[in-house]
Ligand binder design. Structure first.
Ligand SMILES: [Zn+2]
Length: 186
């Protein structure tokens, strides 16, 4: 595979982060446009994801395509923190999610992308990225608008609000489902 060599030269490490708990850092420079890491994990249907993680504080779900499938992250990529001014973005190609550099990244920098969260129930998903124009939440702008308008987060979840709410801990760190910018379900 052509990209294998490039990935090999990148050395990512997990260590404590100012943004949140642990983060993913590069020990080598990464050039703009490079694939940094794939967001790997078990594919689940949206319904399975809901069932397994409904009362979880932390989820590492990444929505695919129309949102009917999610990846339940279990690799280094799940440690990558959100930032409102990220150095990477996500791209979905044939049901694989890649984290790609959107600018040159220096050795030692923390890898970040915009989670564009949706489907977070009553979670606030507060953002602590420290960016000058931090929007205060890890939700996507579309999700923020939906919430401001008092609409249900996303269609498959609409009925859930009629159900008794389960107790949730405050300030969940990962919200619900992250999405590639171009594939956030509407
Ligand atoms: Zn932020």
């Amino acid at each position: 595979m052509k990209t294998g060599r490039i990935q090999h030269r990148m050395a990512l490490i997990i260590r404590s982060s100012l943004i949140h708990a642990a983060g993913c850092y590069t020990t080598t420079p990464i050039r703009k446009g490079a694939r940094v890491i794939e967001y790997t994990g078990h594919p689940l249907t949206k319904a399975e994801g809901d069932r397994v993680y409904d009362s979880s504080v932390v989820t590492y779900l990444f929505g695919l395509g129309d949102g009917s499938m999610v990846i339940d992250g279990h690799s280094m990529a799940m440690f990558i923190n959100h930032s409102c001014r990220p150095n990477c973005e996500t791209e979905e190609i044939d049901s694989h999610v890649w984290i790609k550099a959107i600018r040159n990244i220096a050795a030692g920098e923390e890898i970040t992308y915009d989670y564009c969260l949706y489907d977070g129930g009553e979670d606030d998903a507060l953002c602590n990225c420290g960016a000058e124009k931090c929007r205060g939440t890890m939700y996507s702008r579309a999700e923020m608008s939906r919430r401001a308008a008092g609409k249900s987060p996303v269609k498959p979840r609409a009925r859930r609000h009629a159900e008794p709410r389960k107790a949730r801990k405050k300030n969940p760190v990962r919200g619900r489902i992250a999405a590639a910018k171009r594939t956030e379900p509407q």
